[in-house]
Design a protein around this ligand. Sequence first.
Ligand code: ADP
Length: 155
Amino acid sequence: MNNTNNIKRAIFPGSFDPFTIGHYDIVKRGLGIFDEIVIGIGRNATKKETFPIREREEAIRKIFKDEPRISVQIYDCLTVDFAREVNAQFILRGVRCVQDFEYERNMAEANKSIGGIETILLYTRPEYAHISSTLVRDLYSYNKDVSAFVPNHLH
Ligand code: ADP
């Protein structure tokens, strides 16, 4: 990917284990701000995964298969290095609550000073504020129906 035409490109980094309707909403709204969004699934050796990373990648690709402005990639480097690799000038993240805010502020400051990358935060819609990958994983581990929390395309 090159960036010769002043394309505004953001990465949306996360674990997405699994990708929820909260994530989906942030990406869709991000398309109103950015020309292109690269969803980056971070490979994190210390976090135990529930859904294999290749399955997550496949599932997210399927969700956005008709949206040419969105692409999906797995990465295992620093987030700012991934942003640079795909020629993104921005990091897109979602904020649900005060705890998210504190965390995101630290990350945004770090990523700005390490990599010169700006972070753009979108507030979660109130109806999605309680939805997290952790919640979906917990329900899933007890064989509960998770279809209300993941995009339609995943079930
Ligand atoms: P990470 O492990 O990096 O926190 P996640 O996959 O949990 O990755 O989340 C990726 C991004 O999506 C984060 O910015 C997070 O705050 C945001 N996010 C998670 N759940 C929601 C939600 N329900 N609504 C909006 N944003 C969300």
